[in-house]
Design a binder for this molecule. Structure first.
Ligand code: HEC
Ligand code: HEC
Ligand code: HEC
Length: 117
């Protein structure tokens, strides 16, 4: 095949387009691997609780350890767990039991989740 300047230009456009679409796919896959952005629970008088997907995934929990048995994965939907439920091993307490991860009953651990101010 003879490459004219026209076909060279067309080829360059196609290659550029594929690279662009590829970058979007990779970025989406990466965002999914890390999980969505941080979000806050109000947390009452003890102070707000920030949940970080990326840190959790790095600490070993797989998406399926939480979704969807412990937490739903509906966009924008937030559960409102109560400390009493967590102390019984539900919600965050499924892991934060003082064994798999720091617990929810020790005074010294409250501030690992709750941030005042
Ligand atoms: C340690 C538990 C945990 C792990 C592990 C986890 N998630 Fe989540 N995820 C949550 C919680 C909590 C919510 C908020 C829903 C709720 O409060 O019930 C949530 C919400 C979501 C949402 C909805 C987000 C929004 O903007 O409303 C998506 C999407 C999601 N998770 C994807 C993932 C993916 C992908 C992974 C794996 C990389 C993952 N999650 C791992 C706990 C977890
Ligand atoms: C593993 C993280 C975590 C730890 C540790 C933790 N909490 Fe919480 N706490 C939460 C979350 C999440 C909520 C729910 C917030 C919401 O729905 O707005 C909450 C809610 C609360 C509330 C609001 C009312 C209620 O009972 O649900 C109080 C008060 C509270 N926590 C006190 C404490 C105290 C005191 C400690 C330490 C003994 C503690 N928490 C340890 C995550 C934690
Ligand atoms: C599938 C198990 C699992 C569940 C469910 C879970 N966590 Fe964790 N979390 C972990 C592990 C493991 C660590 C690292 C533990 C350690 O260092 O003791 C951790 C660490 C954390 C940390 C410290 C790191 C950081 O992100 O700053 C916070 C805060 C935290 N979890 C909050 C929560 C809250 C709030 C919930 C409920 C919405 C929750 N976790 C549910 C397993 C879990």
């Amino acid at each position: 095949m003879r490459l004219t300047w026209r076909s060279t230009l067309a080829l360059a456009v196609v290659v550029g387009l594929i690279a662009f679409l590829g970058a979007i796919v990779v970025q989406k896959a990466w965002a999914q691997a890390k999980g969505p952005a941080d979000f806050e629970f109000a947390g009452g008088a003890e102070g707000k609780v920030v949940f970080n997907h990326e840190k959790h995934s790095a600490k070993s929990p797989k998406c399926t350890d939480c979704h969807v048995k412990v937490f739903k994965m509906t966009k924008g939907q937030r559960s409102a767990p109560k400390m009493a439920d967590m102390e019984k091993g539900q919600s965050c307490g499924a892991c934060h039991d003082g064994k798999a991860a720091f617990g929810v009953k020790e005074k010294a651990d409250c501030a690992k989740c709750h941030k005042k101010g």
